[in-house]
Ligand binder design. Structure first.
Ligand code: CTP
Ligand SMILES: C[C@](O)(CO)[C@H](O)COP(=O)(O)O
Length: 261
């Protein structure tokens, strides 16, 4: 076991919690309700995400990070939807207000965790269809001692590094700087799993400029802590643009047909 992995004091309880950042506006999805509240198969994306976390036997607490002024509404919404895959005696769901960036929202979610939580999964509300096997695999790797665990898939497209044109130059052709070798690239997903102390340290010490940190593991890397990848799942894709909603509806319909309802 890594010496970074949190060892609870002997005899002390030790729990795994999931933090779900759901405070984003969903600008790339276009006009409408905040993205986490948009429906897939008639059920809000956030409810799917909470159910996916609660379906894992490893997770005993879910912290939902709501839009800064929307925590009460999100609480009401979650109360309307039974967590079908959830044993209500096993999984608590709490809601806290989020921040202006994903990084700030995750930090606020971490601040709401009780002391007995030693392992944390951070999962985007915008990845509503992650299979429970992926959640379980991430949680197991953390509990076995990895300080940071990320599900990832090979990259399908060739990727170009460019010199971005922004501000007054936006829209101009962007010169290509390099073509990274695709075989060494991975597209990362969530839930990303962490030893709680490691993730808290990253959020305390690592402040990224400009665009900020687009994932939590990237912040942990900056502490010099090793991050391990495990296989991701194609159904854990992020709903970002309108076409992703079409895909999400299709994936859910296929699941329901396979499950016979
Ligand atoms: N201030 C923010 C911004 C994002 N998120 C959450 O982080 C996850 C991943 O972010 P992304 O998919 O980029 O969502 P949005 O920020 O909503 O999307 P966009 O950039 O298109 O506005 C989402 O579950 C989103 O709700 C958050 O909790 N707080
Ligand atoms: C955390 C994440 O989902 C991993 O792929 C992703 O980086 C979030 O990025 P976004 O900027 O919020 O789309």
């Amino acid at each position: 076991m890594s010496d970074r992995a949190t060892a609870p004091a002997s005899g002390a309880p030790s729990r795994t919690a999931a933090v779900i950042p759901a405070a984003g506006r969903g600008v790339r999805l276009g006009p409408g309700a905040p993205k986490a509240l948009r429906a897939i198969g008639g059920t809000p994306m956030l409810v799917h995400a909470v159910r996916a976390m609660a379906a894992s036997r490893a997770v005993s607490l879910v912290v939902v990070v709501a839009p800064p002024d929307g925590a009460a509404d999100v609480r009401h919404l979650l109360d309307e939807y039974p967590l079908a895959d959830r044993d209500s005696t096993r999984t608590d769901v709490v809601v806290v207000p989020g921040g202006e960036t994903r990084q700030a929202s995750v930090r606020l979610g971490l601040a709401a965790l009780p002391d007995d939580v030693t392992a944390v999964l951070v999962h985007d509300a915008a990845r509503p269809l992650v299979p429970v096997d992926t959640v379980d695999a991430v949680a197991a790797a953390v509990r076995e001692g990895a300080p940071a665990v990320v599900p990832a898939l090979p990259v399908a497209d060739t990727v170009k590094q460019v010199e971005p044109r922004t501000g007054e130059r936006a829209g101009e052709p962007e010169p290509v700087v390099a073509t990274p070798e695709r075989a060494v690239l991975r597209a990362v997903q969530t839930p990303q799993g962490f030893d709680r102390r490691t993730l808290a340290e990253a959020h305390e010490k690592v402040a990224l400029e400009g665009e900020g940190a687009t994932d939590d593991a990237g912040m942990v890397e900056r502490l010099g802590v090793p991050v391990v990848l495990i296989p991701g799942h194609e159904e854990a894709f992020k709903v970002t643009r309108p076409l992703d909603l079409v895909l999400a509806e299709a994936v859910l319909a296929r699941r329901r047909a396979n499950d016979g309802f």
